[in-house]
Design a protein around this ligand. Structure first.
Ligand code: DAH
Length: 338
């Protein structure tokens, strides 16, 4: 009988390990451990054994049964793993999964303000010109009547790339580049990035300017005033007052800074305008005769005006943003609001 049990166990183990599916494993279970199995008939015949044989065979039957059940559990785990692997393979592409939503972008507030400013001048008949951000010291300074060692150079915290080459500190060098190549009449705007050694809540080492200039015969300060007043009213609102304050720039004479009525308090005086009721928006003036000479124009024949403004500043005032760094951090929670 011991022989018989060992034989059944060997056969059953072989069958179990050969099973390819859960179903055949279940069939093997019925065949080897079921009510009609040989193993079960061995069990049933235990009663016919002698009292001496009974415990020996009984123990063997128990371990054999435990062995077979363990083999089946192990096999079941393997089969389930194989089945899952196969299912993952088949369902690699799950067409029932919802698609990933594509978030709709928004136009950066600086781009919006830049476009708005450009559009105003384009409607007034200006055309757009561009110049390099890595600029010669000559175009950035000398040509604009800012000679070497002149104290006014200090006003622009300049990054030097190498000797006589700088990151442009303003867009004014585009004036020189355009006038070197072309003759009046000219009505040009020059948008672009500029660089200065400056960094706090209202200053960034990289920022954007919009430069503009107009050159023809008999251009007067009245043309400058009319043009910039119209620009600021379109930008900040028809009802806003504008004022021109005497100022100094090496490349213009006379020069004026232009203020718009405070966007916060409408002129009554508040923290933003430091109680003055006015916000400084741009620098401007009549192009200095020395600039005309530098580009080979006859200052007796031609006159013109020029202006420059910071786009970040305009955007901050328009949208009441108090920290310039928000524009460059590109946090969508900020950008989405515009
Ligand atoms: N370039 C000047 C700046 O960066 C701004 C400026 C002032 C530009 C007067 C002009 C101008 O064209 O006429 O501070």
């Amino acid at each position: 009988m011991q022989e018989r049990i060992k034989q059944i166990e060997a056969e059953a183990i072989k069958t179990i390990s050969g099973c390819q599916s859960l179903q055949s494993l279940e069939e093997a279970r019925i065949r080897y451990l079921g009510k009609n199995s040989d193993f079960f008939s061995v069990l049933r015949s235990l009663g016919t054994l002698t009292p001496e044989e009974r415990p020996i065979i009984g123990a063997l039957v128990n371990t054999t049964k435990a062995n077979l059940e363990q083999a089946m559990r192990d096999k079941k785990v393997l089969l389930l793993q194989a089945e899952q692997k196969q299912r993952i393979e088949v369902e690699k592409i799950d067409v029932s999964l919802p698609g990933k939503g594509v978030r709709r972008g928004t136009i950066h507030p600086l781009s919006q303000v830049m476009k708005e400013a450009q559009d105003i001048f384009l409607r007034l008949g200006y055309e757009i010109a561009e110049g390099p951000e890595v600029e010669t010291e000559y175009h950035n300074f000398d040509g604009l009547n800012i000679p070497p060692h002149h104290p006014s150079r200090d006003a622009w915290g300049t990054f030097f790339v190498k000797d006589e080459v700088v990151l442009r500190t303003h867009t004014s060098p585009v004036q020189i580049r355009v006038m070197e190549k072309r003759k009046p009449p000219l009505a040009i705007i020059a948008p672009g990035r500029v660089y200065r050694r400056d960094s706090d809540a209202t200053h960034s080492p990289i920022f954007n300017q919009l430069e503009g200039f107009l050159v023809d015969q008999k251009i007067t300060f009245g043309d400058l005033k009319g043009t910039l007043t119209e620009f600021l009213r379109q930008m900040f609102g028809k009802d806003k007052n504008v004022r021109f304050r005497p100022s100094f720039f090496p490349f213009t004479e006379p020069s004026a800074e232009v203020d718009v009525e405070c966007v916060m308090c409408s002129g009554r005086g508040c923290r933003l305008c430091k109680g003055s009721g006015w916000l400084e928006i741009l620098g401007s003036g009549m192009i200095d005769p020395n600039v005309f000479k530098a580009v080979g124009y006859d200052p007796k024949k031609f006159s013109g005006f020029a202006f420059g403004m910071g786009i970040e500043r305009i955007a901050m005032l328009k949208y009441k943003i108090d920290d310039i760094r928000l524009f460059f951090e590109n946090d969508v929670r900020f950008l989405e609001q515009f």
